[in-house]
Design a protein around this ligand. Structure first.
Ligand SMILES: NC(=O)c1ccc[n+]([C@@H]2O[C@H](COP(=O)([O-])OP(=O)(O)OC[C@H]3O[C@@H](n4cnc5c(N)ncnc54)[C@H](O)[C@@H]3O)[C@@H](O)[C@H]2O)c1
Length: 443
């Protein structure tokens, strides 16, 4: 084979990125990407930027740097310098055998609310891993700058944010920018095998489902002297809806997404109940510690979904699908007929590492100049499923999907600045207003 011809028939990575941008401008619909692996020369580095240098951001970066491709971390952005420093140290420790992959010059470390723009500009692929409230803003910018994207779930915390992500998702698709969303069950072999069989009719029509994210809960960062209210909420972000979306959005989204995936649909309406039994006091902001939601789908299927953060209670993170001919027990990776006879058992010892696989597949596509991933729309709709659930448990009302997603509800701050006023404030005792079903309207 004539290697020169082979080379000429394919684009270099630089050309791919450049032509992606050019196409982006022209909004061409036809695929333009060749399938070569461009990573055989000295000019083959895929540059990445990390936006949101916390635990998951560091983990996702190490996974990106651990793919087969020649990936290099060149820029970082965080609201806080201390978070960036500890994250960079963790990444360097993890990459001690491939030190040259971490190449973040001091001038490429950006701090503050506008940091993301500068870091995104320096990369080919960006990792968006801040608390989810910022995701719509960061995703929009990454799409505007024509980047390939890995973004963590959830992708927004309110309906207005979901609409922004849906609009940017459409542009990303038109521009042929790969977008992977960190709903890692979609990248896990066992789930892929189960859902493929469901779609092939293994359990007939799905009539009901259950989903659980029940466990002890997460960290708390108590207020420190000298912090403004904005800094406190940013540091203790889990407990504020504009940042986190409540734990139904922040964690239970994984299970809700599996059900949406299996049904290939999103709920048409929902109602539910919830509250806070033990999550009381100044450190716990406004979120609930339990939610139970009945989601109804267009085909009549009902999803009973529960999530709880209460120590000392049953722990379970799982999904169950019930069809006219059988059931799928997701955590066991087993399919049975209606009487309980096993029809299929995935060997869990052979399961892959889904967090790593997200990056293996994304970076292989980028390296090969392929447009293979457009997860943003489904990521947004599964995020919306969880937001709809929160709206139902907070209000105690039955709420329709269309009304919720088109409600325009926006819970984000008007201004991003450590001196600015966040959208929710404590009373004189340091306690935040908490939703009361029957009284609270849509939030
Ligand atoms: N897929 C999964 O299983 C999984 C697991 C853990 C976390 N996550 C997701 O990852 C995201 C981050 O979670 P985490 O546990 O790493 O939180 P974290 O608090 O450890 O990290 C978040 C980082 O973002 C920074 N940040 C906040 N606002 C910012 C802004 N406007 N600009 C730049 N940086 C900003 C924070 O300072 C912090 O360093 C969340 O959306 C979470 O749901 C996903």
């Amino acid at each position: 084979m004539n290697l020169d011809n082979q080379k000429n028939n394919h684009q270099s990575r630089r050309e791919f990125v450049k032509s992606s941008s050019l196409l982006a401008g022209a909004m061409l619909a036809a695929p333009m990407l060749s399938k070569a692996n461009f990573f055989s020369g000295s000019d083959d580095v895929i540059k990445i930027a990390l936006i949101g240098c916390g635990n998951r951001g560091a983990g996702a970066t190490v996974q990106a740097l651990s793919t087969k491709q020649n990936v290099q971390l060149v820029a970082m952005a965080d609201a806080f310098r201390d978070r960036m420093d500890s994250s960079l140290k963790n990444i360097m420790d993890e990459m001690s055998d491939k030190k040259n992959r971490v190449a973040v010059k001091e001038e490429n470390k950006f701090i503050g609310f506008d940091a993301y723009k500068h870091a995104i500009a320096l990369a080919d692929v960006v990792i968006l891993a801040t608390p989810p409230g910022f995701r719509p803003i960061h995703f929009e910018e990454a799409v505007k700058q024509n980047k390939q994207i890995f973004m963590e779930k959830p992708v927004a915390t309110d309906p207005a944010g979901i609409q922004r992500v849906l609009a940017a998702a459409k542009i990303a698709k038109d521009k042929k920018l790969n977008v992977v969303v960190g709903l890692q069950r979609r990248y896990q072999s066992s789930y892929r095998e189960l859902i493929k069989r469901v779609h092939d009719g293994a359990i007939g029509d799905i009539v009901a489902a259950q989903a659980w994210w029940d466990n002890d809960g997460v960290w708390v960062h108590p207020r420190q002297p000298g912090w403004t209210e904005m800094e406190y909420q940013m540091r203790n972000w889990y407990y504020f809806n504009w940042l986190c979306g409540d734990h139904i959005t922040e964690q239970h989204i994984h299970n809700l997404d599996v059900i949406n995936w299996a049904l290939d649909a999103y709920p048409v309406k929902a109602q539910g109940m919830g509250g806070r039994e033990v999550r009381k006091g100044k450190d716990y902001g406004e979120i609930f510690d339990h939610h139970y939601v009945e989601f109804q789908y267009g085909n009549g299927a009902i999803l009973n979904s529960q999530c709880r953060h209460i120590k000392g209670t049953m722990s379970k993170v799982d999904e169950l699908l019930i069809g006219t001919k059988g059931k799928v027990f997701c955590d066991e990776a087993r399919i049975t007929d209606s009487k309980g006879k096993t029809l299929y058992q995935f060997d869990k010892k052979t399961d892959n590492q889904p967090y790593q696989n997200e990056h293996d597949e994304l970076f292989a596509a980028v390296a090969n100049g392929e447009f293979k991933f457009w997860d943003a729309e489904r990521g947004a709709k599964s995020s919306m499923t969880s937001i709809l659930g929160r709206m139902c448990t907070y209000s105690g009302q039955m709420i329709e999907w269309d009304k919720a997603i088109n409600s325009g509800i926006n819970i984000m701050p008007e201004k991003y600045d450590f001196a600015a006023t966040p959208p929710i404030l404590p009373n004189a005792d340091g306690l935040y207003p908490v939703a009361v079903p029957g009284v609270t309207k849509y939030v």
